[in-house]
Design a protein around this ligand. Structure first.
Ligand SMILES: [Fe+2]
Length: 260
């Protein structure tokens, strides 16, 4: 790791450690988000290498990944939730923190701007149309790196029954055996399911399957398949025709992305 990368990671870790008086549950969630951020950074570096980005763009991808969720810590302490809908936009928090602390103050404006834009867009349902090619590259890269790790965390959680329930992963929604009609409609139409349509734990998993429509790069699909994320989610779902149709739809879509 280069000195600058070491400095950024050290800054991130000392920021996280600066919160005191946390409950054991908060501490646990801090650790989860900290480790997530570091794995997303690894994913971002892997994608940046695969895409053969130049050193400047690699630096932007690395930095946006390290700090993309830095707003989560303040969010959890202030609101006791990771749900943006009922608290605040954690991506905006992240940008505020970076600006306030002057972490990137010696960088040129363009590169700082790219980091901020990638972070701001990492948690939005879609990427706005009117952005530059370079902004788009970084927004897509961070979204893929982030989703791949969320899929890893969720599938580990779903497939290891010894895990204690974690309300930040299940959102404390009721269980169900049928997918909500609007959720089914969206995913079968090839659309990303919006959080606002999600009514049950089952819908959450269907929404996660719908993320295949929002994965941008071929190496991301390679990671998706090599880790069997889709199969792992499917294996935890009730078995009926409606659910099988959804699974087949997203799987075929992802397989085509891998081949083309
Ligand atoms: Fe995030």
């Amino acid at each position: 790791m280069q000195d600058q990368e070491k400095f950024l990671i050290a800054f991130f870790e000392s920021y996280v450690d600066s919160f005191t008086g946390l409950t054991p549950e908060q501490q646990n969630n801090f650790t989860i988000k900290k480790e997530h951020s570091l794995r997303v950074t690894d994913n971002a570096c892997e994608l940046a290498n695969y895409l053969e980005l130049d050193d400047e763009d690699k630096k932007v991808a690395f930095t946006a990944a390290v700090f993309h969720d830095i707003g989560r810590f303040k969010q959890l302490v202030d609101f006791n939730t990771f749900n943006d809908e009922v608290s605040a936009d954690h991506a905006e928090f992240a940008v505020e923190i970076l600006k306030e602390k002057g972490v990137l103050k010696n960088w040129n404006e363009e590169l700082q701007h790219l980091v901020f834009v990638a972070i701001q867009l990492h948690n939005k349902l879609s990427i706005p149309k009117k952005i530059t090619e370079r902004e788009l590259l970084h927004a897509k890269l961070l979204r893929d790196a982030d989703k791949l790790d969320i899929l890893k965390v969720l599938t580990d959680y779903y497939t290891d029954k010894s895990n204690p329930p974690n309300h930040t992963l299940t959102w404390e929604l009721p269980t169900a055996t049928k997918v909500s009609p609007r959720v089914a409609k969206e995913v079968l139409a090839g659309k990303l399911v919006s959080k606002s349509e999600v009514k049950s734990e089952l819908d959450v998993k269907i929404m996660q399957l719908s993320w295949v429509y929002d994965i941008n790069f071929k190496p991301s699909f390679e990671i998706l398949f090599s880790n069997r994320f889709l199969e792992k989610i499917y294996s935890t779902l009730p078995k009926n025709d409606g659910i099988f149709d959804i699974y087949r739809k997203v799987k075929v879509f992802a397989e085509n992305k891998l081949m083309n």
